[in-house]
Design a protein around this ligand. Structure first.
Ligand SMILES: [Zn+2]
Length: 303
């Protein structure tokens, strides 16, 4: 198996096809969050989906996927930008019995709830799209979201295989996005191919590269591989960002933190811990008093 994760972009007939392997970055997140196999599968699928959606956008633009279902895993989130991704699961230690011999990701995420997709363009305000969950299995929900909210008859397949020892054996997926005005016959061929393909985990397990998956998806059509990029886990958190978040907290909350001998802020995406002494917090309180901004950045909170 290849030592790095990659994302490949191709034109197949009248469609754009993306395929990605994410085994290593999923294992990294698995270790950071000490995931159960169920949580690792949910997070790995979400991260692979986020990476492929981000690949449809321009450099510097970001996409965040937030699954808010009624299942015991709680919220599952990933955000991707420029071929990097980070994410977390609210309750990463939750495990459920297997369902038909497979990890019950739908049961973990929940069959009811909402998928929120946030696209952040380089310039201008971020915008959100919503869709009710279909099965909580992630790929189904993304496919439904793209159809309902973005009016694209796309198809998304994602898979994560977890070994007996809890490590990630394989992880990845593909995403078929018909171009506007695509030929009906071409779409039929793509649909048929997708319906008859083995599971992503089986393809990856038997050594298929992203290019191989794209050629299978595009069987009978002209396949033009456009580019291939390494993808990786990356968290963009920084001390500066945490300071900005702290000075944006409500006054009351900040005042109670000022009484502590030290304040600890842990990044929920990568687990990195930022420590602030009481003196440092006092210095921040002066910055806070002078600053006019009130909005906290939503990402890194929690002490
Ligand atoms: Zn971080």
């Amino acid at each position: 198996m290849s030592m790095e994760d990659v994302l490949v972009r191709a034109t197949v007939g009248d469609a754009r096809v993306y395929a990605v392997t994410t085994t290593h970055l999923t294992q990294q997140m698995n270790e950071i969050h000490q995931c159960s196999p169920l949580a690792a599968a949910a997070l790995g699928r979400t991260a692979a989906g986020a990476l492929m959606l981000a690949a449809t956008m321009k450099d510097g633009e970001a996409v965040t996927l937030r699954f808010k279902g009624n299942g015991p895993l709680g919220q599952v989130m990933a955000d991707a930008r420029d071929y990097t991704v980070r994410g977390f699961v609210e309750h990463p230690s939750v495990m459920l019995p297997l369902k038909n011999g497979k990890l019950d990701v739908g049961g973990g995420v929940g069959h009811e709830g909402v998928l929120i997709v946030t696209r952040c363009p380089e310039k201008g305000a971020p915008f959100n799209g919503y869709a009710l969950l279909k099965s909580g299995e992630i790929a189904d929900d993304l496919t439904k979201y793209l159809y309902v909210s973005e009016q694209t008859p796309s198809s998304v397949a994602l898979g994560v295989l977890v070994d007996k020892d809890g490590s990630i054996a394989v992880s990845g997926g593909y995403f078929v996005q018909p171009l506007p005005g695509a030929d009906e016959h071409c779409l039929e061929i793509l649909e048929n191919n997708v319906l008859t393909l083995p599971y992503v985990t089986e393809l990856l397990r038997s050594g298929h590269s992203p290019e191989d998956m794209i050629r299978l998806v595009g069987k009978g059509l002209a396949v033009d591989i456009m580019d291939r990029h390494p993808v990786s886990f990356h968290c963009s958190c920084s001390r500066e960002g945490v300071e900005h978040m702290l000075t944006g907290l409500p006054d009351k909350e900040f005042a109670s933190m000022l009484e502590d001998p030290r304040t600890e802020v842990k990044c929920q995406y990568c687990g990195r811990t930022y420590l602030f002494s009481q003196d440092e917090m006092k210095a921040l309180s002066r910055v806070k008093a002078e600053s006019t901004h009130t909005a906290a950045t939503p990402a890194e909170t929690r002490k």
